[in-house]
Design a binder for this molecule. Structure first.
Ligand code: SF4
Length: 349
């Protein structure tokens, strides 16, 4: 099977056309035909000369854009869409209602190799990384479900920085002025702390926003909850984040999932505040949602937030959406697969 033309950025199409002996200037029309006009036949791309179409047809295919297999709608309006990509790679995306607009939450991988113990996706293991076209298919499906889609977050299934080349391509394709022209500044990429990609993003021309999932400030506890700590310790992750903020004059979004009795003790909030001191950030506290259903705020939730605010941290409690359809943070598990939910482990682990 020839490579799918949908996976290529406009710059890559230019290079491909040059390699095929055609003028790279046709790349804009080819890109627009595929990504804005929804062309389905490589032999008949609108506004593209027939000779160019024939040349592309010898080197590429144009696979149909995958459609969601199923959709669930939550009481609060959250919509979760399930995709079954080739190779039994299941992935979900979510349309989240905000005040007067919607947010698309996309998956970057089917499953995830990171194995965070509180996460339903982590319990699946990694099936495979998604292609740019499979990421774009999720965006297009969200666009159809949303009235006013204003922002996009890579916070669904998978660790986006472990599939960075494809996520990066999807970002470039979605933000291209000849395609959907979705602003990069309205896109947020979340990571549990893959330092080399944070460093790359620091130097990159991409304008996307960075979100970092902290999980726990104590290294030993973090290593037990998020095994990535053993490869990229939080201390070094935060050093990379400080440099990102300094070099780009940017704020970062920090996320902290609150696991009752595990990482929500007063000593945790104190260590957390100390660890992120001086980082220009907004810290989102995310109540834990067990795989089987919505979690319940505990009296500690508010106290934890107050302790952080008293220590000078801009800490917010994130209102969880879609927990009744397992679409909330940490619950995405492509439900039609077998899944053994991991129990929430008491501290000490
Ligand atoms: S929290 Fe994120 S990085 Fe960790 S297992 Fe889940 S999807 Fe992967």
């Amino acid at each position: 099977m020839e490579p799918d033309l949908r996976d290529l950025t406009r710059a890559e199409i230019e290079t491909a056309l040059t390699g095929l002996g055609e003028k790279p200037g046709n790349a804009g029309a080819v890109f627009m035909a595929v990504h804005r006009r929804g062309a389905a036949d490589l032999a008949q791309l609108p506004n593209v000369p027939a000779r160019v179409c024939r040349a592309l047809g010898r080197a590429f295919s144009l696979q149909p854009l995958p459609l969601p297999e199923r959709m669930l709608v939550a009481g609060d309006g959250t919509r979760k869409l399930l995709f079954r990509f080739p190779g039994e790679a299941m992935a979900e995306c979510v349309v989240l209602p905000a005040k007067d607009h919607q947010i698309a939450c996309l998956s970057s991988q089917a499953g995830c190799a990171c194995g965070c113990t509180f996460c339903a996706t982590g319990a699946l293991g990694l099936k495979r990384s998604l292609t740019p076209a499979e990421i774009i298919a999720q965006f297009e499906a969200c666009l159809r479900e949303a009235v006013d889609l204003k922002s996009l977050v890579f916070m669904g299934m998978g660790e986006p920085f472990m599939n960075w080349e494809n996520v990066k391509k999807a970002i470039r394709i979605l933000s291209d002025s000849r395609g959907r022209h979705f602003p990069q500044v309205k896109m947020t990429v979340s990571t549990v702390g893959v330092i080399p990609v944070i460093e790359e993003l620091t130097r990159s021309d991409l304008r996307v926003r960075l979100a970092v999932s902290l999980v726990a400030a104590d290294p030993e506890l973090r290593a037990r909850l998020a095994p990535m700590e053993k490869v990229y310790p939080l201390r070094r992750v935060l050093a990379a984040v400080r440099e990102y903020c300094r070099a780009r004059q940017a704020h970062v979004m920090l996320e902290y999932i609150l696991l009752p009795g595990v990482n929500d003790r007063p000593s945790d909030s104190a260590l957390l505040a100390k660890s992120i001191e001086g980082i220009p950030c907004r810290l989102n506290l995310i109540p834990y949602n067990p795989p089987g259903g919505p979690g319940h705020p505990t009296p500690r939730t508010k106290e934890f937030q107050q302790e952080l605010i008293a220590a000078g941290v801009r800490a917010y409690l994130r209102a969880e959406k879609g927990a009744d359809i397992a679409a909330a943070c940490g619950q995405l598990a492509a439900e039609s697969q077998d899944l053994t939910p991991l129990p929430l482990l008491p501290f000490p682990l």
